[in-house]
Design a protein around this ligand. Structure first.
Ligand code: F6R
Length: 247
């Protein structure tokens, strides 16, 4: 894992966007899997801005879901669907045929998982993955205790995820389950960027990057990914022992 520490959120975002741009330019048929949430917002805004300015052709790029809340419709601004549409698919005018997302409203969630597994296999896996990290160390909705050989699965959300997840919703929302790609699929991604910013993430980032690799802290598995970049701002990196990694 290569760690890069940026002075602030703006630089973290710009540099993440640069990596994203590099992928879509180098591989016009790339498969992207992009986390939702607060962390990557600045990166996606910069990515869209640059992509439009450079008139990048997205017609061959494919997108797959990382995760979704179960029981939350795409029309809800707190859903991952809504986020991806608003911040990426609409501004980049991505055609529906290029997008494959989890349907968290389905009555057959196991079927949703199997179809995602099949779809991802047909695509040849993820080329480029962006993940954030939860305060409990989750990536996607791979919660503490998750099996590292899992593929797409439905998960009972961890109490911290239920609580912190409220920030995405306009009013208090019942969050019990999620649906997520599994660690095996994330570890198969050719390139991974783990992003974190802010003082709230300082402690969990230190454990994830420098602690023991364990499913008690799912993000720690990324230490053993052959091509994972940890992009951090100075606040999130504040407790890392090795601070020689400033960008
Ligand atoms: C969202 C996701 C989550 C978030 C994580 C951090 O699609 O997969 O794992 O990346 O909870 O969320 P923020 O960025 O809001 O702190």
């Amino acid at each position: 894992m290569i760690t890069r520490i940026y002075e602030d959120y703006r630089r973290l975002s710009t540099n993440t966007a640069r990596e994203m741009l590099r992928v879509v330019l180098e591989k016009p048929e790339a498969v992207l899997c992009l986390a939702t949430g607060a962390t990557p917002l600045g990166a996606y805004a910069e990515f869209v801005r640059q992509a439009k300015m450079q008139r990048i052709d997205f017609s061959g790029i494919r997108f797959v879901s990382l995760d979704e809340w179960v029981g939350i419709p795409p029309s809800n601004p707190g859903s991952c669907h809504y986020f991806l549409n608003r911040h990426l698919f609409q501004p980049l005018q991505i055609a529906p045929a290029q997008i494959y997302l989890f349907d968290g409203m389905s009555a057959d969630l196991q079927g949703v998982c199997s179809r995602m597994d099949e779809h991802l296999e047909q695509l040849g896996g993820i080329d480029f993955l962006v993940v954030g990290i939860g305060l409990n160390g989750h990536i996607g909705f791979n919660e503490p205790g998750v099996a590292f050989d899992n593929k797409a699965h439905v998960v009972d959300l961890h109490p911290i995820t239920k609580t912190t997840g409220q920030k995405y919703f306009q009013s208090e929302t019942l969050l019990n389950q999620g649906i997520t790609l599994g660690i095996r699929q994330l570890m198969d991604a050719k390139t991974v960027i783990l992003m974190a910013n802010g003082a709230k993430k300082t402690n969990i980032i230190q454990q994830a990057l420098e602690g023991t690799v364990s499913n008690a802290l799912p993000a720690s598995i990324l230490q053993s990914h052959p091509n994972c970049l940890a992009f951090l701002d100075a606040e999130a990196a504040a407790q890392l022992q090795d601070s020689s990694r400033r960008a």
